[in-house]
Design a protein around this ligand. Structure first.
Ligand code: PRP
Length: 211
């Protein structure tokens, strides 16, 4: 039997993803050791390998078949635009992709003005403003703490994830427009889906029955 390889997004989703796999009998105890520097973990009995990767790299591993299965946020899938099958919404990690800014920036959106938009998600921002709103904007790519941008005058608005809304509130910003809902998704490599169909479909069925 071949190994099935799983790529899980590091960070917020990792713990819940591991807990979910445990519930369907896939235990990776070594992986939960916070001090380990090991990158990949093997369950010889089940012929399963698992690794954690930076969220934005998970779709890449899955598209190229270096991982058969991935767990990653819908935000990353939309941003990366990789060719893979999205097979399951896990229902956790729920949040929203939004256009945010100070209340005073709402007028720029209404009047289709040429504004600057800062985001960790330039492709999502581009798609929303160009294809959905038909508004020409300048997109500025950032790598974190995006809420700073409108505060210090780098941009008029941001496109970012809103979960509880606390970050916005504490910085005098608000949701101006909602782009789409987000949550954790299971993705599958297109060739693996054919070659390992039975094993993968069984796993998907088991995960589904927990949701
Ligand atoms: C995310 C996101 C927001 C915040 C939203 O950032 O980019 O800043 O969480 O959560 P809230 O609505 O519950 O406040 P993250 O913590 O991943 O850090 P980063 O911005 O530095 O990437």
């Amino acid at each position: 039997m071949n190994y099935l390889t799983f790529a899980l997004a590091k960070g917020r989703l990792a713990k819940k993803s591991l807990a979910l796999f445990e519930q369907v009998g896939i235990h990776m105890d070594e992986m939960k050791d916070p001090d380990t520097r090991k990158l990949i973990f093997v369950n010889e009995e089940l012929k399963i390998k698992m690794f954690l990767a930076k969220a934005s790299d998970v779709p890449t591993y899955v598209e190229y078949g270096a991982a058969d299965i991935g767990v990653v946020g819908k935000d990353t899938l939309l941003e990366e635009g990789r060719r893979l099958y999205e097979v399951l919404d896990l229902g956790f990690g729920r949040c929203r992709m939004c256009v945010c800014g100070p209340a005073s920036a709402a007028k720029y959106l209404q009047h289709q003005e040429l504004i600057r938009v800062a985001s960790k998600y330039p492709n999502i921002a581009k798609d929303y403003f160009y294809n959905k709103k038909h508004q020409t904007v300048e997109i500025i790519k950032l790598h974190g703490s995006v809420e700073l941008a409108p505060i210090v005058g780098l941009s008029e608005v941001i496109v970012d994830i809103v979960e509880t809304g606390t970050t916005l509130r504490e910085n005098g910003l608000e949701v101006l427009e909602e782009i789409c809902p987000l949550s954790a998704r299971v993705v599958v490599n297109q060739v693996s889906m054919k070659m390992e169909n039975e094993r993968i479909m069984k796993l998907i069925r088991e995960l589904k029955s927990l949701l």
